[in-house]
Design a protein around this ligand. Structure first.
Ligand code: GLP
Length: 244
């Protein structure tokens, strides 16, 4: 779906999430959301906070799983996704802390394998992802599933692409400060969501959006693995859709 600007598009995405939360609450069912970081989802989170404050949208029965986190990374670090999520969403809504899940950037390397399996298990135990929100990196990554990621990959540690680290450099005040690794949900984890919405804003996303939507399904552009998801929508502004 194409919108003239990211603001109106973000309101639509937030409205869909709010409707899902209310529907699940009305049926007394848990609502499990997969959440993303980066600049793309910020306006969606702003609107969810507004709906909470002004229209009583409650997150008491919502469980969230974030896609990824840098490694190594402390929670307190302002560049952490942990910090980002609290700043933009969690500190402003009524979600119980124990229902928030974000990969832990401080897990010891020797414990990582077990930790990642545990993250997958937690998603299953929560009932699976009802909705997964995504942005896209210029490498075609979703979460931090860089080129080469397999379609059946699960949560794991990955090595970040050079382009991804270049894109992250400004917020880290230099590429030398950008971590080389991250923990990310896998392609299979993302694809297991019952509903997937990928957002792309701006001219700098136009080329990778074209490859993602029109290219052959291939691990060189991991986002192409969404093409055959049964319930996935790309929400784009005019600029991001300009090469289609
Ligand atoms: C990071 C995140 C991705 C995100 C991407 C794009 O790499 N791990 O989940 O999609 O950035 O960021 P932005 O939305 O700022 O363009």
């Amino acid at each position: 779906v194409q919108f003239s600007d990211s603001q109106s598009a973000s309101l639509e995405v937030a409205a869909e999430i709010a409707a899902l939360i209310r529907e699940k609450a009305a049926n007394n069912e848990p609502c499990v959301l997969g959440l993303a970081t980066g600049s793309s989802p910020i306006k969606v989170y702003d609107e969810l906070v507004r709906l909470h404050r002004e229209e009583g949208l409650s997150f008491k029965h919502v469980t969230t799983f974030n896609l990824d986190e840098y490694h190594p990374m402390t929670r307190e670090n302002i560049q952490s996704y942990h910090y980002f999520m609290h700043e933009h969403l969690f500190d402003h809504i009524d979600i119980p802390a124990q229902q928030i899940n974000i990969p832990d950037g401080q897990v010891k390397t020797e414990d990582l394998h077990q930790y990642c399996l545990g993250y997958e298990e937690k998603i299953q135990q929560a009932g699976g992802l009802d909705f997964q929100l995504l942005g896209i990196g210029r490498t075609g990554h979703i979460g931090f599933n860089e080129p080469g990621s397999h379609y059946n990959s699960g949560t794991r540690m990955i090595t970040l692409d050079y382009i991804t680290r270049v894109d992250a450099a400004p917020s880290f005040l230099g590429i030398e400060n950008v971590p080389r690794k991250a923990i990310t949900m896998g392609i299979a984890t993302v694809r297991s969501a019952k509903r997937v919405v990928l957002m792309g804003w701006g001219q700098h996303k136009a080329e990778i959006i074209k490859e993602t939507v029109e290219g052959t399904i291939d691990s060189h552009v991991p986002a192409t693995y969404l093409q055959d998801h049964p319930n996935c929508t790309f929400v784009l502004d005019d600029e991001a859709a300009s090469e289609l």
